[in-house]
Design a protein around this ligand. Structure first.
Ligand code: CTP
Ligand code: MG
Length: 243
């Protein structure tokens, strides 16, 4: 079926520092956001992109829809990542208001559609992982890319003494993209925000509804550019990928 890509790109990159938010820094001559969007070009079923940016985005930083091959709808971000995602999802809610399926303006045909949320700051995600996520997203509770935990994990007390070793086979790093039915994610984020829950990824909000998203282990390539040293690592990964 059809699905939408929602890209939160309204952060300021405080851990990166500097004037320009990290999603607009250049890697191999292209802005990070443009590389990120280009990874989704040509995926089956992709209907359009909802791009969440800061209100004051200069026009020359707005990526062209040619990069991804489908229309890009820009919306203003919020004060946190979760609020930015909510603003992006509001596009769907607003378009549905008063419309029956098939009546829409092309943005959406109803609650049966899916949305894939992906951080602007993850330009290295591999196409193979996106395709496996699309396959897993047949499950109604949604799915997310994850990475196995490499190090041994210790539980510690307040005095810094080890109180145990956690079974890391039961643990995963949660990455993006994460993919859910639009109606499920709308409900989950709204309820999570109302409850004051800390929503650090979409799945955590969906879990609060009692649902159990599936994990899809991804390649190690899918780094989130966070600190200055990540730029060099991302550049090396992209070069190895031939991007
Ligand atoms: N993001 C957003 N709106 C916010 C905060 C973050 O859309 N209010 C986006 C970022 O642009 C990024 C993604 O969410 O693409 C992941 O967030 P993160 O890596 O934390 O980026 P920043 O919040 O910009 O960085 P920092 O936390 O270091 O300030
Ligand atoms: Mg942040």
């Amino acid at each position: 079926g059809r699905w939408w890509l929602l890209v939160p790109a309204a952060g300021f990159g405080r851990r990166m520092g500097g004037e320009t938010p990290k999603q607009y820094l250049r890697l191999g001559g292209r802005p990070v956001l443009e590389i990120t969007l280009s990874r989704f070009a040509g995926l089956p079923g992709l209907a359009g992109v909802v791009l969440v940016t800061s209100e004051s985005l200069p026009e020359d930083l707005m990526p062209s829809s040619d990069v991804v091959g489908v229309p890009i709808h820009r919306v203003d971000g919020g004060a946190s990542r979760a609020l930015s995602v909510r603003n992006g999802l509001a596009v769907f809610r607003d378009r549905w208001a008063g419309l029956s399926p098939g009546q829409g303006d092309g943005l959406t045909d109803g609650l049966g559609e899916w949305v894939m949320v992906h951080d602007a700051a993850r330009p290295c995600v591999l196409r193979g992982d996106l395709e496996r996520l699309l396959d897993a997203a047949r499950y109604p509770d949604g799915a997310l890319l994850t990475a196995p935990v490499r190090d041994t994990i210790k539980r510690v007390d307040a005095d810094g003494r080890v109180t145990g070793t956690v079974d890391r086979r039961t643990l995963r790093h949660a990455l993006t993209p994460q993919m859910f039915p639009v109606g499920v994610l709308l409900e989950a984020i709204e309820q999570g925000l109302v409850a004051g829950a800390e929503i650090t990824d979409e799945a955590s909000a969906v879990e609060r509804l009692g649902l159990a998203p599936r994990v899809v282990d991804s390649a190690t390539d899918n780094l989130k550019i966070t600190h200055p040293e990540d730029l060099g690592i991302a550049r090396a990964i992209l070069r190895r990928q031939g991007v």
